[in-house]
Design a protein around this ligand. Sequence first.
Ligand code: MG
Length: 317
Amino acid sequence: MTHFTKILLITGLTLLSHLATGTIAAADDMEQWPIGVIARFDDHGTGLPFDKAMEIGVSVIQLKVPVVENRTEENAQFILETLKKNGVTLTCVVSGFAGESYATIPIVRETVGLVPEKTRRERFEDFKSVSDFAKRLEAPSVQFHLGFVPEDTESQDYRDVVQITRDACDHVFENGQWLNLETGQETGPALLQFIRDVNRLNLHVNFDPANMILYGCGEPNEALQIVGPFVRSTHCKDARWSKNPGQEWGEEVLFGTGDVNAGLFLKTLREVGYDGPLIIERENKESPAKQYEEIRKTIEYLKQLRARILDKQQPGV
Ligand code: MG
């Protein structure tokens, strides 16, 4: 396939994604920014079980990928049919890798994503299977934490991470998808530089403002302005800064109650021309009931905030 043909196809994908966004919007009560959640069909991961996501009343989801033994053709058919039956738009399949740990920031550095060299090739094979499974679900994109990109852009390590990301983009491209990098482990300028170095048109960003704070990577709304043109998806999640940003975790809190400044966040999304979904990410491994209740509250909060930000007659936040 020639480079030019690839550009044409990517343009087509972009148009399709906008069309898909329009379809999502029709299912919500607003034309812009449909509110969704991360959902799952098996017992793995921290999203809402799919039936709970339906109960809570969303029509757009990101799907936490089933574990490898559940990525069967039969399961793919079941999930696809269930999504269609419920009128749900799947915007993205979220990947993750066996052996990852988010216990501390240094442990994330050692264990998360495609960056750790020891597990890179093996995980890349797993990533390809996620993308292939996502294709069967007709998902337009896949997403993951790449890991801590090496800071020295002249180093061989950096070049290797750029290359594996190109390989990932090229694989998902063959499946008609784009790749979302979830933000957190890099500053805005470093992420922008990395995206430019990878130089693939189907590389985009899932912007998670809380992660910027949790990892101590800079003020999220400033970073959003920097990488805004690449943002195709977002997590509505909030956090408070730690006393030692970058060394110790910040604290995750309910969206709208932390240092993200939720109003400014939505306002900035609007300024950068964002037109994708608002995906609520809220984990609570100990209490599924509390997780459900917090997500339900956040949906109500987001609806009001969204209406205020999108309504030009109202004063800004
Ligand atoms: Mg996130």
